[in-house]
Write a protein that binds this ligand. Sequence first.
Ligand code: HPA
Length: 256
Amino acid sequence: MNTSPSPSNISLAIIGGTGVYAFPGLERARRQEITTHWGAPSSPIVTGEVAGKHVAFLARHGESHAFAPHHINYRANIDALHGLGARRVIGVNAVGGIRDDMGPRVLAIPDQLIDYTSGRASSFCDADGEAVLHIEFGEPYTASLRRDLLDAAQRGGVAVVDGGCYGATQGPRLETRAEIARMRRDGCDLVGMTGMPEAALARERGMDYACIAVVANWAAGCGPDPEAPISLEEIHAHLAAATRRVPEIVNALLAG
Ligand code: HPA
């Protein structure tokens, strides 16, 4: 029996962020080198099966974290997954926590975002021949996929925060305390560098998209010790611990 995914049977695509360079437990895994009109995606796409469902996995920063947030070819990533037939995408994104209940190791399923990025190729309609799209984006994450993730987390016994506003910054540097204070006033609960334009591009391609935000650190000036510098060691330790729960949510989603 041929179990390779065809362009219609990928149930879910996962875009792994910092600390998530593979999806554990993929059966019949197969690496696919794909090129798109926009160039190559950040990594080969690994397809395989979980609970009998076809899954595609892509490492957003590349498998050895070669691409900084502003150098990621978001269009190639989304288009490669779309070309494989994926219509539901989960982005896993490392973030800093701003809101008091969004400390290190918290997982959150945000429901809003504010885009502070600049200069990124952020739409498919830049290219000749692509229709100009003014996508509806009032609700940037697909409500039904968010709901499914929240239900899956509950079934899988993984605590997640329901909702929150993701502020997407340009990076690659971390933010100043004043920038985070402004973002807090703007209504941001989380800060990360990779949430946009990924969410908008998925919407342009008509794909369902939701985010699992993994809190790696308190954002600058936040948390119990607001003047503490943010260390990379801290980020990696928290991410290593918290990202372990992500496959539990995804597996419950696929099994449900
Ligand atoms: N700021 C922006 N992006 C991040 C952070 C942060 O504090 N932590 C992890 N990704």
